[in-house]
Design a protein around this ligand. Structure first.
Ligand SMILES: Nc1ncnc2c1ncn2[C@@H]1O[C@H](COP(=O)(O)OP(=O)(O)OP(=O)(O)O)[C@@H](O)[C@H]1O
Ligand SMILES: [Mg+2]
Length: 507
């Protein structure tokens, strides 16, 4: 559908301002959306993207400015009003109810009632099935949400927004928890949605995705609009966008420094996750970054979860620093010096009602100062380095983690483990949802850790990241290691060929 930029925008936000205690989140933002348009919003973690969208969805009240929707001007919106104007939101946070089914989650609050005013179960299931089919999503509507993978949960969130027939859809980082294959599905979905004349506001840190779908791109930095670009030929210069975001040129191609690869620290021997699995064996050396490559559902996450004690396994041995780890005991692994930064950080890594300080010192202090009452308040200087190096944007270390922007929450989880001072770090998709600048900082931290003789296992679907940071790569396919690729042979083609099972062995 072609977009008529001479028509009235369907949403026009003018000079929007919003402050939180100690934080100027938005200082006069003007933002327009036209019918059928995909308007992407980009900016560093904490730039104000989610805040602006929460004002449009009526969740936050602005301190100043004006919102113009379908011919009416408002000083502020309410969730009800916003919904009445057809604004649907897919939030960055997970708002699903884990112990309810997919269908129940989709229709919670808008239950279809039958003839007698009761909840019509059958009609609900049918409606969900129909909607999913039209979107090419294959999930059992009767499945409990807690049983779904993070990307499946994300589809449920999208579905939930779509059944309300929105005119405007806000998607706040819909793919930050996704694997490559599913990302394409979402991008495809946005096209189908706009083809119906619906407009989309799309927030993401993946500039390469954005450039594929955006009609226009607006960059915000520190609560102000820096630039809005048209993307007619889909060939916008991403270096310029990145520079707008950060305010200076960024070296996006950080490469791991050379570190001394030492002795074997971890040995995985004949590990079988299930009875019929093909056994997996490999070792990790100190000073080494071992990358795990593979397609969606290839089993990378499951293998590392066995190592860190997050899940049980069927047979085999995991030997760390010459001692066998007891299966399925995360405490054991942490004590031995293994840190695990999981894929689903919001659910598993953070105490939202506790301060940044408490979150970061949680693991480290209890290990460092055993048996004593710990007055956490005395420790801000200890974590200053971590806050600094990760560039966590907050007015104070006493701020509740729940008030931080999505990306900054993730940085806190990383910070917790850096502070804990582990010997081996297991990172599962560590840089999802983190801005370019923080990414570069994070790579430097990884590199420095290896120079201190620490070792790292990194699962990543970000090919450039995997290639530039790994000393060695194991390619996983169908739960087994299909190939080991040494540094000098690491290329994208080599990885993909063996991830698809076109070749195996070692080189
Ligand atoms: N409820 C709140 N209370 C206090 N501060 C808040 C609140 N919501 C947001 N902020 C602050 O406002 C600023 C903007 O946050 P926002 O969530 O809009 O960032 P963002 O651009 O969405 O970042 P990200 O990419 O990390 O999601 C941040 O400094 C954040 O800590
Ligand atoms: Mg956000």
């Amino acid at each position: 559908m072609s977009i008529d930029y001479n028509s009235e925008p369907i949403v026009s936000m003018t000079d929007i301002r919003k402050e939180f205690p100690g934080v100027k989140a938005l200082s006069g933002i003007t933002f327009n959306l036209y019918k059928g348009e995909i308007h992407c919003l980009v900016g560093e973690n904490g730039a104000g993207k989610s805040t602006l969208m929460k004002i449009l969805s009526g969740a936050y009240r602005p301190d100043g400015g004006e919102i113009f929707i379908s011919g009416t001007s408002y000083k502020e919106l309410t969730p009800h009003l916003s919904q009445k104007h057809g604004i649907g939101v897919i939030y960055q946070e997970n708002h699903l109810i884990p112990t309810m089914t997919v269908a129940e989650n989709v229709f919670v609050g808008i239950e279809k009632t039958g003839r007698f005013g009761f909840f019509d179960f059958k009609a609900t299931i049918e409606a969900v099935k129909k909607e999913m089919k039209s979107l090419g999503i294959d999930i059992d509507p009767l499945c409990m949400v807690e049983k779904l993978s993070v990307s499946e949960q994300q589809f449920v969130k999208i579905l939930k927004a779509l059944v309300l027939n929105p005119q405007i859809l806000i998607m706040d980082e819909p793919t930050s928890m996704f694997n490559v294959k599913d990302v394409d599905k979402v991008l495809d979905l946005t096209k189908r949605i706009t083809a119906k004349g619906i407009s989309i506001i799309y927030i993401s840190h993946f500039l390469k995705e954005i450039v594929q779908i955006a009609d226009r791109i607006t960059v915000i930095r520190d609560g102000s609009v820096v630039n809005t670009y048209g993307n007619n030929d889909r060939n916008i210069d991403l270096d310029i966008v990145t520079m707008d975001m950060v305010g200076r040129p960024v070296d996006m191609f950080y490469k791991k420094d050379v570190s001394e690869i030492g002795d074997i620290i971890l040995r995985v021997e004949e590990l079988k996750l299930t009875k019929d699995a093909i056994p997996v064996s490999f070792e990790l050396r100190s000073g080494e970054i071992l990358g795990f490559a593979g397609m969606v559902g290839s089993g990378r996450t499951e293998i590392v979860r066995a190592i860190t004690g997050a899940d049980q396994y069927y047979s085999g041995r995991i030997i760390y620093k010459d001692k066998e780890l007891s299966p399925g005991t995360p405490k054991d692994s942490i004590k031995a010096g293994i840190a695990h930064i999981t894929e689903d950080r919001q659910k598993l890594g953070l105490m939202l009602f506790n301060s940044i300080l408490e979150n970061i010192t949680l693991v480290g202090l209890s290990e460092k100062i055993k048996g004593f009452f710990v007055n956490v308040k005395k420790h801000p200087p200890l974590i200053a380095g971590v806050i600094d190096s990760l560039n966590i944007k907050t007015p104070s270390v006493f701020q509740e983690a729940g008030y931080l922007s999505g990306g900054n929450q993730q940085k806190v989880v990383l910070g917790k483990w850096l502070f804990a001072g582990a010997d081996t770090y297991v990172f599962d998709e560590p840089t999802r949802g983190i801005d370019v600048n923080a990414k570069a900082e994070f790579y430097k931290i990884m590199s420095d850790l290896t120079k201190e003789g620490k070792s790292i296992i990194m699962i990543s679907s970000d090919m450039p990241e995997l290639i530039s940071m790994s000393d060695r790569i194991l390619v996983v396919q169908n739960g087994r290691i299909n190939k080991e690729i040494k540094k000098e042979y690491i290329t994208e083609e080599n990885i993909i060929r063996s991830a698809l099972g076109m070749e195996n062995g070692n080189n």
